[in-house]
Design a protein around this ligand. Sequence first.
Ligand SMILES: C[S@@+](CC[C@H](N)C(=O)[O-])C[C@H]1O[C@@H](n2cnc3c(N)ncnc32)[C@H](O)[C@@H]1O
Length: 199
Amino acid sequence: MPILTALLLLLVLVFAQVLIAIFSATLGLGFIIAFVLVIALAGGIFFATTAYSVFFGAPFVPTDEQRVSAMLALAELKPGEKLYDLGSGDGRIVIAAARAGAYAEGWEISPYLWLYSTWQIRRQGLGDRARIHLGSYWEEKFNDADVVTLFLITQQMGRMQGKLQDELRLGGRVVSYAFKFPHWQHERKDRGLFLYRKG
Ligand SMILES: C[S@@+](CC[C@H](N)C(=O)[O-])C[C@H]1O[C@@H](n2cnc3c(N)ncnc32)[C@H](O)[C@@H]1O
């Protein structure tokens, strides 16, 4: 009888061991599949938005901090004015403008940069004066902007000039880093930044 009990106990233990092995293998496989799916989804979003930004805007290259200050100075941004940064990247221009007392909004196509910049705005307590929109600036109108800031690529400057020509109010200022509009004459230039004023 004790031998039979021991054998039964051994059998139950082996059976339990097999069940645990099967469940942990299943859970492990499920975890691996979920992990691969999440990585594939995150990678897919990254490549899709990067491809979009390359073909319909500009890839992410941040403006250095010195030029961010120079941009706001060149635009003569005043407290209470509205600044829009089209393709706002990590939000540095929007944040600098809000810190200078302006109402600043950015448009960003990458959900990762949108998340990061939105988090930075919250973290720095600028939520009442700064906001980043997730989406393409081609889908928006910028009629009420005092200042628009841009860091695009040559191929997009003609299209952007047409858009701002239609939408920007008279006297609205535009500062473009590195790239000029094909048919507008800039008013001033500083460190590769071009200031335009809609006349
Ligand atoms: C050269 S970076 C400039 C970032 C920021 N303005 C700065 O100066 O630091 C251009 C940004 O525009 C974004 N972008 C490109 N095309 C866009 C579009 N159609 N709508 C919104 N954002 C776009 C890119 O994801 C990238 O973050």
